[in-house]
Design a protein around this ligand. Structure first.
Ligand SMILES: Nc1ncnc2c1ncn2[C@@H]1O[C@H](COP(=O)(O)OP(=O)(O)OP(=O)(O)O)[C@@H](O)[C@H]1O
Ligand SMILES: [Zn+2]
Length: 723
């Protein structure tokens, strides 16, 4: 009988011991079914210790070790352990997050939904030419070379057929795509001088961990650099992990990658894919049956034997940070993973996060740049329209209206960026104090005119728009402010001849909606686009030459210290959609604060200038990246209860607080009520990351033992984004 130590997806930060009569060393990393309380759970075997602290008589036997699926590799176990340690999350919860749903449910996943043709890789041909020790694998390889591309099921029937999996593992053979004449690689574009320099710099670097910040202006051709790097990794028989911030960006990228590498095995993983597809992709990667894994944040947990390169596109994007459950940053985890496996990682962006920019400036990351666009001869010109002086007609200034009219006349596209969906952010009564507040959140409900409802964008609660004020009966309720629906209506009235298309989460509800919208825009079936940040990223529309920005000022003076950084990144990105091809682009930004340094940097499109400026401010204020933070959050039906818990946590911390640490007061969160729960926070700050980590390591176990009401929930967020 042996002891099996298991990580189980429960919110308790410990591992659990079971016994097994037949566990063997190769079961390490395997999924296992165990009884936990009265339930059966799927866990992962993380250790096979010689003994347990718990008496044998009290240990339960495992129900079943799932040997049909391969064990998780040691690398993968290290990865999840690191995430649990760094983010102070229970290891079982990290594994539950990292494992795909069907594995957690222990359903069988058939990853072989086809029976591929096997063919020799260049490495296979080399191996064949070398006079190696005769082995089953080499005999099978020779047979395959002789026969030409052969179905896997057929090759398995040959005398040395059992070595087929071995050949795949060694990358001597690969599943050739079906003989489809369309599947020839697209011709390579000639690299720009700057692209060539960047590739040279990464190539000439020693093999091993190499973090690169690739700062390239919008339209500089960063994707081409990624593809060339991937090509090299594939040629060396290594795999590539490519992360993107949004599901919306995966189809386009997948197409580009497939066109470039028609014979590579590409796995796309994102939350929009079904459970089964995700599970299949994960297992294929685990079994070494994927060359390129492409996906959003969660894909960072894909097991990848022979990992050779990691790319994080739009590294500054806040969606890399998970905001619930295990609050990890996929970008930061990716950097750790590259370091752990000793491979290069490329963080690409036009507007680096201040964290990454500082790492680069101080030499920890290699800073490579693309300063010119690949196709277009110039970056768009940026003009600021001072709305204190201009008269606005329905929120639009004269220069912006004229610029749109010009584009219409030239049959080019315009994009008006307004990062607020709905018709108006609030409905108000002119006669009394009534506003369309959400009864469950500390927020107003948004007027949605298309389906005539008031909807909370935080908890989803909605109801029909009232005909009269619920408080005083006034009939003339006023929608205040402006969202994309209202802007769309105005633009359609102002330009009756134009085809106006709104692109936000209300119209693009599903992935297929999105794809349909994108296809429409590409086909030139829209003249004026009204879009939220969904439109800001990554897209490349040939005839889009004007970007107008309205209603962006609020972020300048928001209480979140990161709001201006995000605004700058967003506006640079959305502006970067203009004039990417052969037509020159123009960006018009309406603002009341045209003299603000942020807008001045935008006007010059000076991401470095902005980074210096913002970092100076952060240094003076003692904010990250000059300090390191963790946030203890608590929520409960009553605010007092949440605060009281944090207060107890704070008192506990004070007994053990190192000098480098600073503890703030327990306070209500900025949005103190969400979905009927009151929320409070306690911020911990340190000038040294290690000191913060050590403290959290001691403090967290004590937090689990603090008295707390049944309704109270708490969580820790390391490197929080919203403070
Ligand atoms: N060397 C090249 N020769 C010709 N065209 C190129 C070259 N490199 C890139 N392109 C083209 O330039 C356009 C912009 O490239 P890409 O989309 O990779 O830019 P990007 O740097 O990722 O921009 P963004 O950050 O704005 O998304 C694309 O249409 C791409 O096909
Ligand atoms: Zn709500």
């Amino acid at each position: 009988m042996s002891i099996v130590r298991v990580a189980i997806p429960v919110p308790i930060p410990q591992l659990f011991d079971y016994t097994s009569d037949h566990a063997v060393a190769t079961d390490l990393g395997r999924c296992v079914r165990v009884r936990f309380g009265s339930r059966i759970e799927t866990g992962v075997i993380v250790d096979l210790p010689a003994s347990s602290d718990i008496a044998d008589s009290r240990l339960r036997p495992v129900e079943q070790i799932l040997r049909d699926t391969p064990a998780m590799s040691a690398d993968w176990l290290d990865l999840t352990r690191f995430v649990a340690r760094y983010y102070h999350a229970p290891i079982g919860e990290v594994m539950a997050l990292a494992l795909p749903p069907e594995l957690r449910r222990a359903t069988t996943v058939d990853i072989r939904d086809d029976d591929p043709l096997l063919a020799l890789t260049p490495a296979g041909h080399t191996a064949l030419a070398e006079a190696g020790r005769p082995s089953r694998a080499r005999r099978q390889l020779a047979a395959l070379a002789e026969a030409g591309p052969t179905r896997k099921s057929v090759a398995r029937q040959w005398p040395d057929g059992s070595a087929t999996a071995d050949l795949l593992r060694r990358r001597w053979v690969y599943p050739a795509a079906p003989s489809n004449p369309a599947l020839t690689p697209t011709p390579l574009p000639t690299l720009t001088d700057e692209q060539a320099v960047v590739l040279e710099a990464i190539d000439s670097a020693d093999a091993g961990f190499l973090p690169v910040l690739l700062q390239g202006v919008t339209g500089a051709g960063k994707t081409e650099v990624y593809l060339r790097l991937a090509e090299r990794a594939l040629a060396a028989g290594r795999t590539v992990l490519l992360l993107v911030p949004e599901i919306a960006l995966t189809p386009q990228l997948e197409t580009r990658v497939t066109e470039r590498f028609p014979h590579a095995r590409i796995v796309a993983l994102h939350s929009g894919a079904g459970d089964m597809a995700r599970s299949r992709g994960f297992l294929r990667a685990l079994e070494g049956d994927a060359d390129i894994v492409l996906g959003t944040r969660l894909a960072v947990f894909t097991p990848l034997p022979r990992l050779g390169l990691i790319i994080v596109d739009e590294e500054h994007d806040p969606s890399y940070k998970q905001q619930e459950g295990v609050r990890y940053s996929a970008r930061d985890v990716a950097v750790w993973r590259a370091h752990h496996q000793g491979v290069p990682i490329v963080l690409g962006t036009a507007t680096p996060s201040l964290e990454s920019w500082r790492h680069a400036a101080e030499g920890r990351y290699r800073h490579l740049r693309l300063t010119r666009r690949a196709v277009a001869t110039a970056l768009p010109t940026v003009r600021l329209i001072d709305t204190r002086r201009a008269r606005l007609d329905n929120g639009l200034s004269k220069p912006l209206v004229e610029a749109i009219a010009q584009r219409l006349a030239r049959r080019e596209q315009s994009l008006i960026f307004l990062n607020r969906r709905g018709f108006a952010p609030v409905l108000a009564c002119p006669s009394c104090d009534w506003v369309s507040a959400c009864p469950h959140c500390a927020a107003n409900r948004v007027v949605h005119l298309t389906d005539r409802r008031l909807r909370c964008h935080h908890c989803g609660f909605d109801s029909p728009i009232p005909i009269a004020c619920p408080e005083c009966g006034e009939q003339d309720l006023q929608p205040l402010g402006r969202g994309t629906q209202k802007l769309e209506t105005h633009l359609a009235e102002r330009f009756p001849e134009a085809r106006v298309l709104r692109v936000d989460r209300d119209v693009a509800r599903s992935r297929s909606d999105w794809l349909a919208l994108l296809a429409k825009i590409h086909a030139g079936e829209a003249d004026i686009l009204v879009g939220t940040q969904m439109m800001a990223k990554g897209h490349d529309f040939e005839r889009l030459t004007l970007v107008g920005v309205v209603g962006a000022d609020a972020a300048l003076y928001a209480s979140d210290f990161r709001a201006p950084e995000r605004l700058f990144q967003q506006l640079m990105q959305v502006g970067g959609r203009a004039g990417r091809s052969h037509l020159p682009g123009e960006v018009l930004i309406q603002t009341e604060f045209a003299d603000h340094p942020l807008f001045q940097c935008l006007k010059r499109q000076d991401a470095d200038g902005y980074a210096r400026l913002a970092l100076d401010e952060r240094r003076q204020a003692g904010f990250p990246p000059f300090t390191f933070q963790a946030m203890l959050g608590a929520d409960a039906p009553q605010l007092e209860e949440a605060i009281a818990f944090l207060q107890r946590a704070r008192d506990d911390a004070l007994s053990d607080l190192p000098a480098a640490l600073m503890l703030y007061d327990a306070v209500p969160m900025r949005m103190h009520r969400l979905a009927r729960r009151e929320r409070a926070q306690l911020l911990i700050e340190s000038t040294e990351r290690a000191a913060l980590q050590q403290f959290l390591g001691r403090w967290m176990p004590r937090l689990y033992r603090l008295p707390a009401g049944r309704e109270l929930r708490w969580r820790i967020d390391v490197d929080p984004l919203d403070v």
